[in-house]
Write a protein of this length. Structure first.
Length: 331
């Protein structure tokens, strides 16, 4: 060992034996001074500052966007939606309020939850839950301003069993768009070309084992992955699982090792996610919320991003919620 290596090793030893923090790869670990054993792993900081949940991540042009629920009230009583943008997935800019229910809707004033975005017809369509109905809004830019083109819910409360919340719009390679949503069961319907109407008599409902809410669909190598959240968002066990199909309407078969993201160490209540692919690459990131660290719970959640990988057979590998991500360059 040369002199500088010896000094580095000595410094590391001092840090470890003093119970300090050691950086191993991208995970920060606290080590017990008494036993030398890892006692805690310090989670990476959240992606967004403050209390934001149900993040819907997307990429348009040269920027990533996150559309979250504004959190921090018991019973999730938020009244508006914000948008965040980033050129690298790490540094996020608040683009401000893009939809304010009391100001912009005539049919709902609160419980602004779990939005999603889709691009079609050269427009941005924004779907969201408002007072447990699903609404739609439209804009020419991903940052809005969004307006309600139908002045009523797109999917009204009571349309199907469970809560009419947590929409996700998926636009397939052939341009056909599908809306997924639901708490208690998963519902899917093909959207009409205008993206602001659908035939509710054609809604398909099903419940993969463990499904609770927050459906999200991605397509990779011809396979449709339906992912969702299990347990209640106030439960520390809240987690994300998936099933696959060869058609966007299913049938979806739950994967063998279906749970791909859950809390670990100080990370609790990790779920309600969305996934983004870096354009032109087989590189994927998952945005989700966890109980705020420290002191959070199911009403005080924060938005995080982790890398998501597939194995050679197309299975989603378990996500390490303790690893921080590095800046991503968009071409
Ligand atoms: O944020 C309000 C609700 O909590 C969402 O609609 C659910 O998915 C859960 O995350």
């Amino acid at each position: 060992m040369n002199r500088s290596r010896t000094i580095t090793a000595a410094i590391l030893l001092i840090l470890i034996s003093s119970g300090a923090i050691a950086q191993v790869h991208d995970t920060v670990r606290k080590i017990s001074s008494a036993t030398g054993v890892i006692i805690d792993t310090v989670p990476p900081p959240p992606a967004l500052p403050g209390l934001f949940a149900d993040p819907n991540i997307a990429v348009f042009g040269k920027r990533f966007y996150i559309y979250p629920t504004t959190d921090g009230t018991e019973g999730w009583l938020s009244t508006n939606f914000t948008c965040w943008s980033s050129s690298n997935l790490v540094d996020w800019k608040n683009e401000g309020v893009i939809l304010d229910l009391p100001r912009d809707l005539v049919w709902a004033k609160q419980r602004a939850w779990a939005p999603t975005i889709a691009f079609k017809n050269n427009k941005y369509y924004y779907y969201y839950s408002a007072n447990v109905n699903i609404g739609v809004a439209v804009a020419d830019k991903p940052t809005g301003p969004f307006t309600d083109p139908i002045s009523k819910p797109l999917i009204a409360k009571g349309t199907k069993r469970g809560q009419m919340i947590d929409p996700m719009a998926f636009v397939d390679d052939d341009g056909a768009a599908y809306l997924y949503w639901g708490q208690g069961q998963c519902n899917v319907v093909k959207l009409n070309n205008d993206m602001v109407s659908c035939d509710t008599s054609k809604i398909l409902s099903f419940k993969p084992p463990g499904y609770n809410e927050g459906p999200f669909v991605i397509k990779r190598k011809g396979i449709y992955y339906l992912m969702w959240s299990e347990y209640d968002t106030r439960d520390p066990r809240y987690s994300i699982a998936y099933a696959t199909a060869t058609s966007p309407m299913g049938p979806f078969k739950k994967a063998e090792n279906a749970v791909v993201l859950k809390g670990r160490g100080a990370v609790k209540g990790a779920g309600h996610h969305s996934v983004v692919q870096v354009p032109g690459k087989d590189e994927w990131y998952i945005a989700y919320h966890r109980f705020k660290i420290p002191g959070g719970d199911g009403y005080n959640r924060e938005t995080c991003i982790s890398a998501m990988h597939f194995d050679k057979d197309g299975n989603i590998l378990p996500v390490n919620v303790l690893l921080k991500i590095h800046p991503v360059k968009l071409k």
